[in-house]
Ligand binder design. Sequence first.
Ligand SMILES: [Zn+2]
Length: 129
Amino acid sequence: MRDVNKKIDISAVRQKLSILNKQRNSYIFRLTHGKPMVFGLPHEVFRRCGKSNCRCARGERHGPYPALSVNKDGKQKIVMIKKADTLVVLGEANRYRHYQETLAKIRRINKEVDRLLEKVKSTTTRSYP
Ligand SMILES: [Zn+2]
């Protein structure tokens, strides 16, 4: 038998699920209506030129130069971006980063939805006999 508290719980859970679903739908819409991306995250590289009398020899390195941080087989690789490609590639990399962040949000929501549905199951299911 269900008591009053459990009924209130289910209603709150239903409301929570509805909010999570709306949020997830809006994230999914954004991910499926995005512009092209590039595989890699925006990265900045600072360098030394090698001249002994340069400021970089005292620690003030040159840069930042635009680059991509690419994860391949668990290893991080830094790929320099050609000057002529900078605007386009950095835009694509920023969208890629945003995509990854949004995907992580969707996965958190999926876990929460699963947890709540388990809760609903445990409060609405009885053993028989
Ligand atoms: Zn230098």
